[in-house]
Design a protein around this ligand. Structure first.
Ligand SMILES: Cc1cc2nc3c(=O)[nH]c(=O)nc-3n(C[C@H](O)[C@H](O)[C@H](O)COP(=O)(O)OP(=O)(O)OC[C@H]3O[C@@H](n4cnc5c(N)ncnc54)[C@H](O)[C@@H]3O)c2cc1C
Ligand SMILES: NC(=O)c1ccc[n+]([C@@H]2O[C@H](COP(=O)([O-])OP(=O)(O)OC[C@H]3O[C@@H](n4cnc5c(N)ncnc54)[C@H](OP(=O)(O)O)[C@@H]3O)[C@@H](O)[C@H]2O)c1
Ligand SMILES: Cc1cc2nc3c(=O)[nH]c(=O)nc-3n(C[C@H](O)[C@H](O)[C@H](O)COP(=O)(O)O)c2cc1C
Length: 601
């Protein structure tokens, strides 16, 4: 069918036809079906194509979202679908694709924004934040808006970006049509309630031409204005079979890192290199038992969770967060158990110390150090609902078809003298067995994709499990027979035990698919050596690649990411003989141009 397409009988030129034939010629039926749905959605996608003029029309409401891991985007799309369903004209924009100067033309806006880093806005919000703080920012007395902020209570700067955005808009005279709502990691019910309130508000106050919209309502062949999402979501995850769980660090390594293969045999589970997989884990039953024993709660005591009766043991194992504390949990635990000593100690700490207290302890540590006696129902009420964890996908579907590979480090900490593990990483690496099922959903990451320009070189900088998406990139390049230049800079403790996927990387280098590898083995010598040291040493070559249009990708811990950005800035300053401030501005510009892309955690 595709081979019969010619310039004469299609709207494509010769080069486009070649590209089409090489990229979609060998898709299987499920992939073709998905692609046709995707293109239909894209046709009708209200997000403008890059460079296209934005419509900013007569819409009753504009929704602008800023996201890093996709949650804000999902809520925004569902809100837009709700508005469409009630016959309201709305527009949906990613903040990164939105021209800040267009804000003055808008009348009614909902902003949905998450917080990342340590209280920072998502990268795509940088331009708008800077604009609102600048002298160019206009007065906005005509703007009627409301903010939905996403965050995580275990961070001290909870929902900071949403708070800041709200404050900036207020300072410019904009009027809020409702309170800002701040959501914790279990954001679904708060976000749904907020969406309902917005829909109601629009219906009652803004929807003056609702009738007209309804009168011209499209027939059945009309394509939805809201891009379709996968059938499988965070709230309705896919039950995937686990294929392989294999340790990939050496037996005497300080790290416990596993390679997992998960079967996504469903046409709605298609991903791109750079995307992540959301995983719902359950707590270690032995840890739950020990906590219940210490609290003198019988495991079969019946409690109510989310309007459902169940045993307390089941509620804690499957539904509640016991490995990550929050300030509210610590205080509620102390108050419910009349633990005056804990309450006094915790309240007496400053913000930094409270942060450290929370990060270094799990519920089991509280129970041990500050024993209390509370009923099962009280325990259920003071704990936060268990949230899913994200893992970068380490494979390309072009290479592994229906599988998704993950690279997972077991999170071990012994800050209080007892070894404690992270819930999801230990569930995946230790409790889950091949053949068993795990609840997963895709988290598309459109900010961390290979460059559209097939010739643009890429520099991939990773520490530890940060290597995962780069394995996916290389598989993608290999399958598409790319001749793009690529360079890996990788760091981990020891060469002998911790060179993740070593054979594959060396093969890619030997075949020439990968142009260069540099490594930083942090513990192979007396002084620590990190990836940022390689960046500084290779300043000249990095600058040369940048001059050739290279895109730089960073993946791994937040601390590593910040240190590498600083090193890049220093490298540019030295190499181009410019002031550090000028180099920092250059770097910010590269981030804005989406040539520096981060996937940090
Ligand atoms: C987009 C994205 C992609 C990711 N990709 C990967 C990946 O490919 N591989 C991978 O292994 N991980 C990845 N992560 C991290 C992963 O999502 C989990 O955070 C990690 O596995 C720990 O989860 P856990 O449930 O095991 O630990 P938790 O139960 O969440 O934490 C256990 C304990 O460790 C402490 N803790 C947790 N994280 C930190 C931290 N960063 N610093 C200090 N203390 C901490 C907590 O306070 C708690 O006491 C990614 C995260 C994101 C956001
Ligand atoms: N609990 C914690 O304190 C903590 C800290 C970081 C990451 N994590 C979590 O651990 C998981 C992944 O761990 P991982 O083993 O893949 O990676 P990792 O702990 O980040 O370690 C990978 C490599 O990065 C080095 N490194 C440490 N600090 C660095 C810095 N500031 N700049 C550059 N490199 C640095 C490490 O060196 P050395 O270890 O030899 O110093 C190691 O060689 C993630 O889930 C992450 O969220 C937890
Ligand atoms: C690396 C990282 C850093 C985060 N930092 C914060 C923070 O400082 N404050 C906060 O309230 N939430 C923080 N969060 C939580 C996110 O805001 C929360 O997961 C949110 O639902 C993400 O929404 P998004 O997917 O739209 O980006 C952080 C999450 C990650 C992964």
């Amino acid at each position: 069918m595709l081979s019969t397409l010619r310039i004469e009988n299609s709207p494509f030129n010769e080069q486009q036809l070649k590209q089409l034939q090489s990229s979609i010629g060998d898709l299987n039926p499920a992939q073709s079906q998905w692609l046709s749905g995707y293109l239909a959605g894209r046709l009708a996608d209200p997000l403008p194509a890059p460079g296209a003029e934005q419509i900013l029309s007569e819409a009753s409401l504009t929704i602008i979202y800023a996201t890093e891991t996709g949650n804000a985007e999902g809520i925004a799309k569902r809100m837009a679908a709700g508005l469409e369903h009630q016959g309201t004209r709305s527009e949906l924009h990613a903040m990164g694709d939105f021209r800040p100067t267009a804000l003055r033309k808008l009348k009614n806006v909902v902003f949905i924004i998450s917080t990342h880093g340590e209280g920072d806005p998502p990268d795509e919000a940088l331009d708008l934040f800077e604009y609102l703080d600048s002298e160019r920012a206009p007065a906005l007395p005509e703007l009627n808006y409301r903010v939905l902020a996403l965050g995580d209570q275990s961070y001290t700067k909870f929902c900071e970006a949403g708070r800041q955005l709200d404050e900036k808009l207020q300072n410019l005279g904009a009027r809020s049509f409702g309170e800002r709502v701040e959501c914790d990691v279990d954001y679904e019910s708060d976000a749904n309630e907020y969406t309902e309130e917005v829909l109601q508000y629009v219906k009652e106050n803004l929807d003056t031409d609702n009738q007209a919209v309804e009168a011209s309502a499209p027939g059945p062949s009309h394509l939805s204005l809201v891009p379709t999402e996968s059938r499988w979501t965070r709230a309705q995850p896919f039950g995937a079979e686990v294929g392989q769980v294999q340790k990939i660090t050496g037996t005497d390594s300080d790290k416990d890192i596993y390679h997992l293969e998960i079967l996504l045999d469903d046409p709605d589970m298609l991903y791109e290199a750079g995307d992540s997989l959301g995983v719902w884990a359950s707590n270690d039953p032995q840890l739950v038992d020990s906590i219940l024993i210490a609290l003198q709660i019988g495991p079969s005591e019946i409690v109510n969770f989310n309007d459902e009766d169940m045993t307390v043991s089941h509620a804690v194992t499957e539904h509640l967060e016991i490995t990550r504390l929050s300030m509210d949990t610590v205080l509620a635990y102390a108050q419910a158990g009349h633990q005056g000593q804990l309450e006094a100690h915790f309240s007496g700490l400053d913000a930094e110390q409270q942060k450290a207290f929370i990060e270094q302890r799990q519920l089991a540590d509280l129970v041990e150090a500050y024993p209390v006696q509370i009923p099962g129902q009280t325990l259920v009420e003071i704990l936060r609902p268990l949230a899913p964890r994200s893992y970068s996908i380490a494979s390309s579907q072009k290479a592994v078809a229906e599988e998704a590979h993950l690279t997972v480090a077991t999170l071990n900490s012994n800050a209080t003298g007892t070894i404690r593990q992270g819930v999801a990483s230990s569930f995946l690496n230790q409790r889950l067995k091949p053949g068993e099922s795990v609840r997963v959903f895709l988290e598309p990451n459109r900010r961390f994709r290979l460059p559209e320009d097939t010739q643009a070189p890429i520099i991939m900088i990773a520490a530890g499990t940060g290597i995962a998406p780069f394995r996916a990139f290389m598989q993608e390049l290999e399958e598409s027979r790319s001749d793009r230049d690529s360079w890996l800079i990788f760091g981990n403790p020891h060469l002998r035990t911790d060179f993740l996927y070593q054979r594959e990387w060396l093969r890619w280098r030997d075949t020439g698919l990968l142009n260069r590898i540099d490594t930083a083995w942090s513990r192979d010598q007396a002084e620590k050596r990190y990836v940022q040291d390689v960046v500084k040493e290779q300043a000249a070559l990095i600058d040369e690649w940048l001059q050739r249009g290279a895109h730089i990708y960073l993946c791994g811990s937040l601390q590593m990411g910040q240190a590498v950005l600083d090193a890049l800035s220093e490298a540019l300053s030295v190499q181009r003989e410019i002031e550090p401030e000028k180099a920092a501005t250059l770097l910010t510009q590269l981030r804005r141009d989406k040539r520096i892309k981060k996937d940090l955690y």
